[in-house]
Design a protein around this ligand. Structure first.
Ligand code: FMN
Length: 426
């Protein structure tokens, strides 16, 4: 197996009972062709010896922030051998720089807490702060510890910073209790890392523009017209596109969501502002996914002062907002253009008409009359309609899974465009 050929994996092992599984994790990575550098905390060495992991990884196991000396460079192993000088390198920086990925498995409540708060009091916690490589943690602990709000809060903090978390499994634990907290089997962990590194290549070098959320169209200084879009679908697409290696520009209407890690976020309010931001990024991007629910209408005359209540009722005159997607369809050159149709009836016929009129590559349809799909919920059930008339149905899924489906469908369009460009250049 050469799935990880040429990859440098830095495996951090911390002081939990599941540390014995790290031996099999090292074996799995070696079998997949990776170079493995193990870093153990002092407490991890109470559970498994460095000698075991050293033998399996064929590499010196690092344990100390301040090693007494490392005069013999050969002894340092390929991760640490200095290249340009005879001086030994600083371990935590050299390790941090050479890793393609840092995995901590098992990750104790302690290391999770330290990482969430930037505490660097040993080699492992310091190099995680010093690395630009992606970080994956696999928490393993007693179920009460795992459920503790402070551990859950720390994990949320790490996720918001872009750290990947391999969820522990539920079952019978070493402490004789039953619950969630068990480290998944080593092959599950190795597969997670293989898939993670593979996915990071899928949109590498591509630029993706995503729009999300509703827009707000003012009526007067205190009131506006808007819709129920929460922005979750667009934010999920932006997050997954970034995980797949793309540079992502997210143009968002007002939402309560935090920007996904590593994504360039532009916040806008009105359809006109969204148009302006989208047109700014459009020429440089390869893909545009318009998941925003842009208001179709705005008030023709926005009042400067708050409208006072009258007995005679109130009539607002509305005018159409700019149709951003239609404009992009008209001016598009190299871009793959994907739209959304949120409908409550005649889903497919409305979607097909929109697909053609707006010159899209495909359109994602969701039935927003369903309680479990579309606006304000964590899940979505979509259909994808293509220009050749093909329609694919997908079951109800979390929005992140839907994002993976949509981005996966974009890949062949990008490959086609690359082939066309190559032929044009010949
Ligand atoms: C027998 C034993 C088993 C332990 N298992 C775990 C565990 O599975 N998960 C965990 O978070 N802490 C566990 N601990 C507690 C940690 O070892 C302790 O919090 C330690 O400070 C972790 O240090 P480290 O994160 O630097 O390795 C265990 C302690 C003992 C004595």
């Amino acid at each position: 197996m050469t799935l990880l050929q040429g990859k440098n994996i830095l495996l951090g092992v911390t002081g939990g009972i599941a540390a014995y599984k790290s031996a099999e994790i090292v074996r799995g990575f070696k079998k997949a062709g990776a170079q493995v550098q193990v870093v153990m905390t002092r407490n991890a060495q109470r559970f498994i010896t460095p000698l075991t992991l050293e033998t399996l990884s064929q590499n010196r196991v690092m344990t100390e922030m301040f090693p007494s000396s490392y005069e013999d460079e050969e002894e340092a192993g390929p991760f640490l051998r200095s290249t340009s000088t005879n001086l030994p390198e600083i371990d935590h920086i050299a390790l941090a720089q050479r890793a393609d990925v840092v995995l901590i498995a098992p990750a104790t409540a302690n290391i999770i807490g330290k990482l969430a708060h930037g505490i660097c009091d040993d080699l492992l916690s310091t190099l995680v702060i010093a690395t630009k490589a992606p970080v994956i943690v696999a928490p393993a602990m007693n179920c009460n510890m795992y459920e503790h709000p402070v551990v859950q809060g720390n994990l949320e903090k790490l996720k918001s910073l872009g750290v990947q978390v391999i969820e522990p499994e539920a079952g019978f634990l070493a402490c004789q209790m039953e619950g969630k907290g068990r480290l998944p089997d080593p092959d599950v962990i190795v597969t997670f890392v293989v898939n993670f590194l593979h996915n990071r290549q899928r949109l590498l070098g591509k630029k993706v523009l995503v729009t999300a959320g509703p827009t707000r169209e003012a009526i007067d200084p205190v009131r506006f017209i808007s819709n129920r879009s929460s922005g979750r679908m667009g934010y999920a697409i932006a997050k997954v596109a970034r995980q797949w290696g793309a540079e992502v520009f997210l143009v968002s209407g007002p939402t309560a969501l935090a920007a996904p890690p590593g994504v360039h976020l532009t916040r806008v309010e009105t359809a006109a502002e969204m148009r302006e931001a989208v047109l700014k990024y459009f020429p440089q991007v390869d893909v545009v996914i318009k998941a925003a629910a842009v208001a179709d209408y705005r008030v023709k005359e926005v009042k400067d002062q708050k409208i006072k209540k009258k007995d005679s009722g109130l009539v607002l005159e509305l005018e159409e907002t700019p149709d951003i997607l239609e404009e992009l369809g008209r001016i598009k050159e190299k871009q793959v253009l994907v739209g959304f149709a949120a409908e409550t009836q005649n889903l497919l016929s409305y979607a097909e008409e929109k697909l053609r009129r707006k010159n899209l590559d495909f359109i994602v349809v969701n039935d927003v009359s369903r309680k479990d799909a579309g606006f304000e919920v964590e899940t979505n059930a979509i259909q994808i309609v293509y220009r050749n008339g093909k329609v694919t149905d997908y079951p109800l899924m979390p929005k992140e899974k839907v994002a993976e489906v949509i981005l996966g469908e974009i890949l062949p369009f990008l490959a086609d465009k690359e082939t066309q460009n190559r032929h044009r250049g010949e």
